[in-house]
Design a protein around this ligand. Structure first.
Ligand code: FMN
Length: 203
């Protein structure tokens, strides 16, 4: 598959069937992640690959518990949180996807964050560039997955339960995202994009 075809073919999948992904395919996909560019080639990423069902269920349970707490609090305050309602979908996805890849940035390369709310763009420039590299690695993974016929979802909803998940997963580093991988159980429509003219200014 040509790179340009993978770029256009990739779509977020939110319903996975039970079929597992072979270790060979997973290794190829992860290798593609490692080929991403990074500042001074310092490759600031770590990956935790979770295949075991009971561990995926526990991750989903941790997120669900935290979301319920946040919802309860916002309900009491009369604050609407549609984002939280949407995030409950991620609980199901974390259970359903046969593989979860947690992506970390080396914590020597970022300020210690103990609360997702404190993540700001005012972070140090070196930290920002490492975060960009993580994004590049994740996109490489998604494109390689597409090329291998594997469907994917990039999830940031884990930030709602950052501290509890961080503790459960027990890895040094700043958790950046989780990628759900598997085989879709439904036909996915391509989500529309804005026009080039709206987004680009030519000088
Ligand atoms: C950093 C990041 C975080 C995301 N987090 C979530 C998420 O938590 N839950 C979810 O369903 N989709 C998540 N997505 C997927 C986006 O919703 C999706 O990429 C977007 O709607 C465009 O659709 P497409 O990927 O099918 O092109 C995330 C995407 C990115 C890049």
């Amino acid at each position: 598959m040509k790179t340009i075809d993978a770029i256009y073919k990739r779509k977020s999948t939110r319903a996975f069937r039970g079929k597992n992904i072979s270790r060979t395919i997973l290794s190829d996909i992860l290798q593609a992640g490692l080929q991403a560019p990074s500042p001074k080639n310092d490759q600031p990423w770590y990956f935790l690959v979770m295949e075991q069902q009971e561990k995926r269920y526990e991750v989903a349970r941790i997120l669900e518990t935290r979301l319920k707490e946040i919802k309860e609090k916002s309900d009491l305050q009369g604050i609407e949180r549609p984002d939280i309602l949407g995030a409950f979908e991620s609980v199901r996805i974390l259970r359903e996807a046969p593989v979860l890849i947690f992506v970390y940035v080396d914590d020597k390369k970022c300020i210690g964050h103990d609360d997702s709310v404190r993540w700001k763009l005012s972070a140090r420039d070196s930290e920002c560039t490492h975060i960009m590299a993580i994004g590049a690695a994740i996109q490489n993974i998604l494109l390689a997955a597409t090329e291998k016929g594997v469907d994917s979802l990039w999830l940031g909803d884990i930030f709602y339960a950052y501290n509890s998940l961080y503790e459960y997963l027990g890895i040094e580093g700043c958790m950046m995202a989780v990628i759900a991988l598997g085989y879709s159980s439904e036909k996915i429509e391509k989500v529309a994009r804005k026009n080039l003219n709206e987004m680009v200014r030519w000088l």
